[in-house]
Ligand binder design. Structure first.
Ligand code: F6R
Length: 249
């Protein structure tokens, strides 16, 4: 089922079984049109089956991912080098290496605390030098965050350092042995940066995201729900499974 919610925002509701394929279709479409497309990739549980599906399609010869140019959405401040839980290393392990996307094709969010503000500006320049982002994929936080843009973030924000909220650090704690080791600072593309992408894919699955998806798509557009600002963008495709879409009727 597909439905237009606002001039720039299209909702596609699929079964849980179809979710990964529907998300992968967004990447496949942009890469078929432009093999060296600039694509922004999130980490997390939501996109994981999409990465597996994209790798499966590449193995079958249905898609070639190796020419795309990848950009990162966010990472932890201080997660440098080989830190296995850095978002960069997660994406490299999960997707970039198996997809044969060479390191030089990846533009990384800066994570070194030293000189971080200048590095954030350089990150933005790098996006511009690549001609901007063709497709930005996003997951949806339980508190409405996109990237690490927590509630209260300005819609004009650019790449910046964030003090993560307890909701986010609690959600992230699953990836860490000791809860007290979960980083409390992140670096993220700003909402303004995200909204400049030529197209955006918001991926949402599971019943626990139903309330926040409803607030995102049907509630007020407000910094309290950062994802609601996506309704100001021109080309947003929301891919939701039936559980996540349960409260949208
Ligand atoms: C991750 C990111 C976050 C997640 C969101 C949903 O790079 O930017 O905004 O997309 O927290 O996470 P999952 O998919 O694990 O529920």
């Amino acid at each position: 089922m597909s439905r237009t919610l606002a001039p720039g925002i299209q909702l596609q509701v699929v079964s849980a079984a179809e979710f990964a394929a529907a998300a992968a279709d967004l990447v496949q479409a942009v890469v078929q049109r432009k093999p060296d497309a600039v694509v922004g990739f999130p980490t997390g549980d939501t996109p994981l089956p999409m990465y597996h599906e994209l790798l499966r399609r590449q193995q079958l010869g249905a898609i070639n991912l190796s020419s795309l140019r990848a950009v990162m959405l966010d990472d932890y401040l201080g997660a440098t080098g080989d830190d296995p839980v850095s978002f960069h290393n997660w994406l490299k392990r999960t997707f970039f290496d198996p997809a044969s996307i060479d390191g030089w094709r990846l533009w990384r969010v800066p994570t070194d605390p030293e000189g971080i503000e200048a590095a954030c500006r350089t990150y933005e320049q790098g996006l511009a030098e690549r001609g901007g982002v063709d497709l930005q994929l996003l997951g949806l936080g339980l508190n409405g965050h996109i990237g690490f843009n927590e509630p209260g973030t300005s819609p004009d924000s650019r790449t910046h350092v964030v003090h993560l909220t307890p909701s986010t650090t609690t959600a992230n704690a699953a990836y860490w042995d000791e809860a007290e080791n979960v980083p409390v600072y992140g670096v993220t593309m700003g909402i303004g940066t995200i909204l400049e992408a030529r197209s955006i894919g918001l991926l949402v699955n599971g019943r626990r995201k139903a309330e926040i998806l409803r607030a995102t798509l049907l509630g007020p557009i407000s910094p309290e729900v950062p994802a609601s600002f996506l309704r100001r963008a021109q080309h947003v495709q929301v891919v939701a499974d039936e559980d996540a879409a349960a409260l949208l009727a």
